[in-house]
Design a binder for this molecule. Structure first.
Ligand code: ATP
Ligand code: MG
Length: 382
């Protein structure tokens, strides 16, 4: 059977003044990346992209996960004759139970074909009715829609699958994702990647207060994300010295907010060194004491580049839904401690005042602490 995959991409690209050629190039190379190791051929027919290969179902599944792809369809190909198209259209309808209603929907990209779309649909509908018993036409609410495209060749759709949508990965700059072992930050990273932003990850590790297994969990989460993006680089930054210094020199109720400022400073410092544009966190407003509006203001002040919080206005249940869909949830709920649960004050300030926090922070050699932590990082490619 001559089955192949038709790849459609986000309609957004036609609406915006974006550079379409660049978009297509990037998308194509991203598809190539996820299909590495597969046997396939990439063909085009009048601006349509097709993937041909023996394992069509698997190729379809993988392609559906590439950001920027909006739909993937399993199609059968035939010569551009009425007989060829009718044979396939009949097969499609016959594969549904008797009693089903159908309609034929045709797109004629090649205007040299002597009949117009409507005429082709009607002719095919008639031929289906002649060939098969027990089926009828319903143009309003059919059980089966037979999609046909007439190009250099003709194609009849077998199956349509909604793909991830979004923008091609790597098209829209880069971000340093603060990746913890929790539920939220992997989802935040996924959302940024989906908008075409290249993701680098940073994890603050408090050895020996957090175990190797906590680190492994973060590595695993980065690995799951890389299934969508291609390799992700994870920077594991030693954080114990900073936390000890804060514990020793700053008021107990300010530990968390000062620690968050240091996280921000380290992320920005490393982003600067690596030429990464922005920082992303998994924070969501009101979720915990350190995620009040006042706290976000105080931690933002510590950074010197845009900080994105794609989850800021999302409910936890909706975040969890995405985590489940993208496959990070099961790993995220594994019970390994993170650095924040170990150094938690009993009564953290929830409305920190920037001036006061900054004054207390001055007790520390901030720059040197940040520099040493960042320079002491371990790097993993996942
Ligand atoms: P998550 O589920 O992502 O862990 P959370 O709801 O537990 O988030 P916090 O622990 O307050 O919230 O962390 C808020 C954000 O700060 C996280 O989403 C993440 O972006 C970042 N973060 C927290 N701890 C770490 C860490 N050890 N390393 C890197 N980033 C961290
Ligand atoms: Mg957390």
């Amino acid at each position: 059977m001559n089955e192949l995959i038709l790849v459609k991409y986000a309609p957004e690209i036609f609406l915006k003044g974006l550079n379409r050629g660049k978009f297509e190039q990037k998308l194509r190379s991203n598809i190539k990346n996820v299909l590495k190791g597969e046997e396939y051929e990439f063909v085009t027919d009048q601006n349509r992209w097709f993937i041909k290969g023996p394992e069509a179902e698997r190729l379809l599944e993988k392609t559906a996960r590439v950001f920027g792809v909006s739909e993937v369809c399993l199609v059968r190909e035939t010569e551009r004759t009425m007989e060829g198209m009718a044979e396939l259209a009949i097969q499609v309808v016959a594969s549904h139970p008797k009693g089903s209603t159908f309609k034929v929907e045709t797109k004629r990209a090649d205007k040299r074909f002597p009949m117009n779309s409507m005429e082709i649909s009607m002719e095919l509908g008639g031929r289906i009715l002649d060939a098969l018993e027990g089926y009828s036409v319903d143009v309003r609410k059919p059980d089966i829609t037979v999609n046909v495209e007439v190009r250099d060749k003709a194609y009849v759709y077998i199956k349509r699958v909604r793909a991830v949508q979004g923008m091609p990965y790597g098209m829209n700059g880069s971000t340093m994702l603060m990746l913890s072992g929790g539920i939220d930050s992997p989802v935040a990273g996924y959302m940024m990647a989906k908008r075409g932003i290249e993701v680098h990850a940073i994890y603050y590790h408090s050895h020996p207060y957090t175990s190797e297994r906590a680190k492994d969990k973060v590595k695993e989460l980065a690995g799951i994300l890389s299934g969508y993006t291609g390799a992700i680089r994870l920077h594991v930054v030693p954080f114990t010295e900073i936390q000890m210094a804060i514990m020793e020199k700053c008021p107990e109720d300010e530990l968390t907010i000062i620690m968050r400022r240091f996280m921000m400073m380290c992320a920005c410092n490393l982003a600067e060194k690596l030429g990464i544009h922005s920082v992303t966190t998994g924070e969501s407003i009101g979720q915990v004491a350190s995620q009040t509006m006042e706290s976000l203001v105080v931690s933002d002040d510590a950074g010197d580049r845009p900080v994105f919080r794609p989850l800021v206005a999302m409910d936890k249940t909706d975040i969890i839904k995405i985590a489940e869909e993208i496959g990070t949830f099961e790993t995220s709920i594994l019970p390994y401690e993170d650095c924040c649960t170990i150094f938690v004050p009993k009564h953290p300030v929830t409305k920190p005042k920037l001036k006061i926090i900054k004054a207390h922070e001055q007790a520390l050699d901030v720059e040197a602490l940040v520099e040493r932590a960042v320079e002491g990082r371990e790097v993993f490619d996942l």
